[in-house]
Design a protein around this ligand. Structure first.
Ligand code: NDP
Length: 300
């Protein structure tokens, strides 16, 4: 068996198109432009790349994009003051503080100072609680992207056995809550899980969010299962030349693709969906703030 490849890049392009169409309609019919503010503290090169990419895609779908860059040694008061201003700015509907923050800043305090209605990352404690209790919330972008791909591929997820490997606040836990919300039977595995291979072998859906290159081999995967690989790991690629690197997921793609029914590649799977879902969340936040109907299919 060779798995169907779930093309996250193509899916993300469709999501962006849908967002762009809705943004154009909002402008025309309501004279409203969704705005996303991204706050970057310091000069972490990976964060700078993400922020640039987010800004570019925000503009491409017709939204307003604002970037705020603070010095690496910016004080907590300075950052909280900026968030306060963005919270009250009527042209800004989504606020994202790029993580990780420099060590001297209290990440929880900063995230929880964002207006929950503008918390397009879905990390504010209110949104975490709303998601956990099955209420309307802002949903973290990466798990939302995974859910969209699973719904698109399967339609109804009800009754399926899902295993989420990883219990982080940004991926594993919200993913588990979303799958529960779609009536899967969910197991959350982590570094202390016993007999992980057997746990994974029972799953119709496997979501791997660990951060360990190619940790999940094909012989852990049930025949025909759907595999969503969230992992992004940079490893040496001597076959490409000396000093070259490549990206791999948490799943050993080659062996897993031989048994799975469907699988997301790395790169080109979950990654592109994350920014697409950030744009979708900004649009959703804008519609909610204006009391307008939300676009369908773009939230949980
Ligand atoms: P974290 O490091 O926060 O969490 C990793 C989780 O994996 C933890 O719950 C940990 O368990 C678990 N784990 C570690 N080792 C094992 C093991 N041997 N067996 C089972 N579980 C294990 O990572 P994130 O959730 O932030 O990210 C996970 C991966 O997803 C990373 O590769 C990251 O780069 C990628 N990522 C990709 C995104 C995208 O856009 N595609 C977005 C966000 C993340 P424990 O809790 O017990 O320590």
């Amino acid at each position: 068996m060779t798995a169907e490849i779930i093309d996250g890049k193509a899916f993300a392009a469709r999501v962006r198109e849908q967002v762009a169409t809705h943004v154009a309609k909002l402008k025309e019919e309501n004279d409203l432009t969704p705005g996303l503010a991204v706050v970057l503290v310091g000069e972490d090169p990976a964060s700078q790349v993400y922020v640039r990419s987010k800004g570019k895609q925000t503009v491409e779908v017709g939204m307003k994009s604002v970037e705020h860059k603070l010095d690496v040694d910016a004080s907590e008061a300075e950052l909280l003051d900026l968030i306060d201003q963005l919270n009250t700015d009527p042209t800004i509907h989504g606020i994202l503080v790029q993580l990780p923050l420099p060590k001297h800043l209290d990440e929880d305090l900063v995230i929880n100072s964002i207006d929950p209605a503008k918390d397009v990352d879905g990390f504010h404690i209110s949104n975490v609680g709303l998601l956990g209790t099955g209420q309307k919330s802002m949903v973290p972008c990466t798990p939302l992207g995974c859910l969209m791909m699973l719904r698109d591929y399967h339609g109804d997820l009800s009754g399926m056995n899902a295993v989420v490997i990883g219990r982080s606040n940004i991926v594993g836990k919200p993913m588990a809550n979303l799958l529960l919300g779609d009536s899967c039977t969910v197991t959350v595995a982590h570094s202390r899980t016993k007999d992980l291979p057997d746990v994974v072998r029972g799953a119709d859906i496997v979501v791997a969010a660990v951060g360990r290159p190619e940790m999940v081999p094909g012989d852990w995967i049930k025949k025909g299962a759907t595999v969503i690989d969230v992992g992004i790991n940079r490893i040496p690629a001597p076959e490409k030349g000396e000093g070259k690197m490549k990206l791999v997921g948490d799943v050993d793609f080659t062996s897993a693709a031989k048994v799975a029914g469907a699988i997301t590649p790395v790169p080109g799977g979950v990654g592109p969906m994350t920014i697409a879902c950030l744009l979708a969340n900004t649009l959703t936040a804008c519609c909610r703030s204006a009391g307008l109907p939300e676009p369908s299919g773009l939230t949980a």
